[in-house]
Design a protein around this ligand. Structure first.
Ligand code: PLP
Length: 416
């Protein structure tokens, strides 16, 4: 028994070390870090204890009456978050799957579509669209500004015979902290009376930044569970308009797993064409309770307030915000540029090693040039104070030139 026990303990220790080495969140022995890990990347976000506990419940029969009741309640209430009364589909996948579902259910091979290079995620969505043989007009961008409504107006008004079938917009570019002005984009689409579908990615804006599926006549809204919706990764969403359902009828791209039709039919009774992620549904049910207890408009106002406090700290430090236009500042994250000759990833390492806080990295073209502070999801004033304190101490330790006092500036604002 003794030998077995030793073997068991050593295997357990090896497994823990492996986890520690890879993720540095479960340190053992001399590198133990007390207190909570600060997950301040712009998603996945901190999952509240209430949601974790709701998921810690036995798996039940996904074709039985209890699950159907939960699913129907979730499918109904999630509409309030998208601000729609039209159907919302939930897939067991990350957000990339919901991008694909939006494409294959509405478009056909060779369709011309208009997309905008606002950062890493719009670039990836564009690559996916090309793989489905869509004819993509990808408007180049500088990764510091959002979709320009004037360019939308220009492109659509020139398209007299309505060759452009859809406009794709990433509402909040998580890679840059730039939020495109969707209300204005919708307005110009209406002004030029263009019938293109509007497909929008709200993966880092839903339940953090105001979004109106119905009022802005969005045809497919794409989302994921791991940011404003307070859940771990694993669920993705398509909120669908009746115009998108019409487009479904003529779309010829191959659809199987992502096919909306069997999903919509079975969802009416709280069922799914394949096994849904049951425990994530329990979590989503509880996350919706929490969002409703706080009130969606209060949730959005909280995100605005935390974003403003973060930006005031960054400005006080004398660092530059990547987003060029204040009217496009993101309320869910702030991407901060480090001065020329300094490495944002070295700063992130200092912050992780010393303060057990993960900050978002610069992706692709802006790797090493920016770090991103996530201030979305289950988040409060003191968590923000801790986050900004970690960044300010990290700046000092890593030798990046900055002016002290950003944290105090943010605290002033938060305590007003
Ligand atoms: N779109 C945006 C705006 C994102 O932030 C992300 C991921 O962070 C994605 C798409 C891709 O989603 P996922 O990684 O869940 O597949």
């Amino acid at each position: 028994y003794g030998d077995h026990r030793d073997l068991h303990l050593s295997l357990r220790r090896q497994r823990q070390m492996c986890i520690r080495d890879r993720y540095r969140i479960m340190p053992i022995s001399n590198s133990f870090k007390p207190g909570k890990h600060f997950l301040q990347i712009p998603g996945p976000t901190n999952v509240p204890d209430r949601v974790l506990r709701a998921m810690d419940y036995p798996v039940i029969d996904h074709r039985g009456p209890d699950f159907a009741e939960i699913a129907k309640r979730v499918l109904d209430r999630i509409k309030l978050i998208f601000k729609t009364d039209e159907p919302v589909i939930i897939f067991p996948s990350s957000g990339t799957g919901a991008w694909e579902a939006a494409i294959v259910n509405t478009l056909s091979e060779g369709d011309k579509v208009l997309m905008f290079e606002t950062g890493q995620f719009s670039s990836l969505w564009q690559e996916q669209a090309k793989r489905f043989k869509l004819d993509v007009d990808f408007v180049p961008g500088d990764w510091r500004t959002g979709v320009d409504p004037k360019i939308v107006a220009e492109k659509l008004s020139k398209d007299k015979d309505h060759k452009i079938k859809a406009l794709f917009v990433v509402h909040n570019e998580t890679s840059t902290g730039v939020c495109s002005r969707l209300g204005e984009i919708r307005k110009v689409m209406d002004e030029v009376k263009h019938p293109a579908l509007l497909l929008v990615d709200t993966i880092s804006s839903l339940a953090s930044i105001d979004f109106k599926h119905k009022d802005w006549k969005v045809d497919v809204t794409v989302c994921g569970s791991q940011k404003g919706l307070l859940l771990p990764p694993g669920l993705s969403f398509n909120a669908i308009s009746s115009k998108a359902l019409e487009a479904y009828k003529t779309s010829n791209l191959p659809k199987s797993f992502w096919d909306w039709k069997p999903m919509l039919e079975m969802n009416k009774d709280g069922f799914f064409p394949f096994t849904p992620a049951t425990n994530l549904f329990y979590g989503l049910d509880e996350a919706l309770n929490m969002l409703m207890e706080e009130g969606l408009e209060n949730v959005l106002a909280r995100h605005t307030r935390h974003a403003e406090a973060t930006r005031s700290a960054v400005k006080e430090w004398g660092l530059e915000i990547l987003c060029k236009k204040p009217e496009e500042y993101s309320n869910s994250l702030t991407a901060v540029m480090v001065p020329e000759g300094h490495d944002a990833d070295a700063l992130r390492k200092v912050v992780l090693d010393n303060y057990n806080m993960a900050l978002g990295m610069g992706l692709n073209k802006i790797k090493g040039k920016v770090f991103r502070i996530g201030h979305l999801g289950d988040f409060n004033d003191l968590m923000l104070a801790g986050t900004l304190a970690g960044v300010e101490m990290g700046l000092k330790k890593s030798g990046i030139p900055y002016k002290a006092g950003g944290v105090m500036k943010a605290l002033d604002l938060l305590s007003q």
